[in-house]
Structure formats: C-alpha cells, structure tokens
Design a protein around this ligand. Structure first.
Ligand code: CP
Ligand code: NVA
Length: 302
C-alpha cells in the first residue's frame, strides 16, 4: 500500500518523531545513506515558483542515489492540457514518486487517488508539510528537545501556519498563531490541531494580539502576501505593519530565536537585521529542507 504525504493529519506522533530522528541520522552521515533511492526516479511538478523546495529536492534526491525530473507546468505549457488525474496516472507509469507544488489542495487529492506511487505535497494553498519538518528539525537541533517549547507564528494565517499547527500539535510543541483580525488560520484546521494536541499535551492557541506571543521561545514570520494572492501591497501593509517581526517584538516577547520559511521580504514582515543577526535560524531551516525531505523520501520509498 503506497503512502502519501499530503498533510500529516493522518500521521501519529511516533511516526513524526521517527521521521525527525531519521532526518538527523541522514544529515549526520550522508555517505551511509547514498543508495537509499538507487534506481528510483522522482518527478517534481511545480505550478508555482520555488527556490528552496525545488533545489533541495533535486540535490537531496541526487545525494540519496536517485534521479529527479523537474516539470514546470506553466513554462512547459502543461497547465490545463489534461485532467490532473490523467497527469498523475501517467507520471506514475514511470516515476517512483510524485512531488507536487499546486495552487489547490484538491489537485493533490486527485493526484493521490490517481497515482499508484507516493505523492508528496511540496506546498499547496492549505499546507506546507515539508517546511514544517525542516522547521521542527531545526528546533530540535537548537534546543536538544522539543519539550516545553513555544513557537509563536506572527502574520498571515496561511499554508505554512497550518502545517506548523498540525505538526507542532503532534510533536508536543505549543503553537500560538498571532494574526490580524480577518487573517486568522482556517478554523477547521485549528480545531483539528487542538484535537491532535490532546494526546501530546501541546497548547494550541490563536489571537489577534501580539501580547499572546509573550513568553514564546521562537517567533516565526512568513510573507504577508502568499503566491497567487494579488492584494495590493499598500492595503496589506496598513493591516500588517503592527505584526512586523523585528528587534522590538523580540524584546517585547522575550523570544530567543526568529524563524522564517523564506522567501523573506527584508524590512517588510521581518527586519533585515534579524535575518542577518545571531538570533536567526533561517539558513538552518533552509538547509534542513533537504534533510527533512530526504527522510520523507526514505520513509515513503526506502
Ligand atoms: N520555503 C519555501 O518553500 O521556499 P520556496 O518557495 O523557494 O520553495
Ligand atoms: N505562504 C507562502 C509560503 C512560501 C514558501 C506562500 O504560499 O507563498
């Protein structure tokens, strides 16, 4: 039975902890794992731009002994040429897995139903699970344990926030989502995260007030305008300016570190000084994209 990675909702806490341990093992000794994907071919289909996800999958797959085929559905004029389910069924005739970055989560569901090989979500409108694995691996490395940690996400309630909530709940990390009114996370996903947290004891909370981030270990920022959103920047800035993650917010909350999935917009949602300073975990997160994804591939295909 093939296993997909669309959301992590259906994974257990033990499975997720094992995944982080595997990522750390592969990172520590890449030579030992360089044949995990020997003879395997993985197709990576992108409906949206990417730097980190595209390159970290490509190089990561190569390091595990496999081969990646990159498909840009826009530039390749593939978008709309056939039904998503036919695309997936065809790709599964040749590939051992499909990595896909899509506009709509529904496309991934169709891919999953039509594909006989694993489908991995490389970002959709609702989730960014590969990002969350890299982020919690980064926190595990930084603190040595995820026990009693609080992560405060500050900004637009979006795909990245949703995956931080779900994976945080499963790993026992307290997550608080701080957003402007009207930009809260999807409430179904929030409630599901609360339910998942019952088993681990994590506290899952949300607020429109920055004060809710006080006492957090880490502040996490993401773009105020996600890919595909064409709201004018001036309108967004009016709402989001108080939510900019900067030195003053670090001081107010007492946070020790700052995270951002990137691409980051310097001096918009996060100050340039914080990105470059010694509280920044951004490049460690970026590096861990590859190690986290390698563990995902090893688990689903190994
Ligand atoms: N964080 C992230 O997914 O970056 P890309 O959009 O560059 O892949
Ligand atoms: N929320 C952002 C994440 C980019 C990695 C977006 O969807 O564009």
């Amino acid at each position: 039975m093939k296993q997909d990675l669309l959301t992590f909702k259906d994974w257990s806490s033990d499975e997720l902890n094992d995944l982080l341990a595997l990522a750390a093992k592969i990172k520590a000794d890449p030579e030992k794992h360089n044949q995990i994907l020997a003879g395997k071919s993985i197709v990576a289909l992108f409906e949206k731009p990417s730097l980190r996800t595209r390159v970290s999958f490509d190089i990561g797959i190569h390091k595990l002994g496999g081969h990646m085929v990159y498909l840009d559905s826009q530039a390749g004029k593939l978008a709309g040429r056939e039904d998503a389910k036919d695309t997936a069924a065809n790709l599964a005739c040749w590939a051992d897995a499909i990595v896909a970055r899509v506009y709509s989560h529904e496309t991934l569901v169709e891919f999953s139903e039509a594909s006989k090989v694993p489908v991995i979500n490389a970002l959709c409108d609702l989730y960014h699970p590969c990002q969350a694995v890299a982020d919690y691996l980064t926190l595990l490395e930084t603190y040595g344990s995820l026990d009693n940690l609080t992560l405060a996400y500050v900004g637009d309630g979006n795909n990245v926030t949703h995956s931080l909530l779900i994976v945080g709940a499963l790993l026992g990390v307290n997550v608080v989502s701080v957003t402007p009114a009207g930009y809260e996370v999807n409430q179904e996903i929030f409630q599901l995260s609360e339910q998942l947290a019952h088993k681990t004891g994590a506290k899952i909370t949300q607020s429109n007030s920055i004060d809710a981030a006080k006492g957090a270990n880490v502040l996490y920022a993401d773009t105020w305008i996600s890919m595909g959103d064409d709201t004018p920047l001036a309108d967004i800035k009016r709402v989001f300016d108080p939510y900019k993650v900067d030195e003053a917010m670090m001081e107010l909350t007492g946070a020790e570190y700052v995270m951002h999935c990137q691409p980051a917009h310097r001096d918009l949602e996060i100050s340039g000084d914080l990105i470059d300073g010694d509280k920044s975990l951004l490049m460690q997160q970026a590096e861990n994209r590859m190690h986290g994804q390698n563990a995902i591939l090893a688990k689903l295909l190994g």
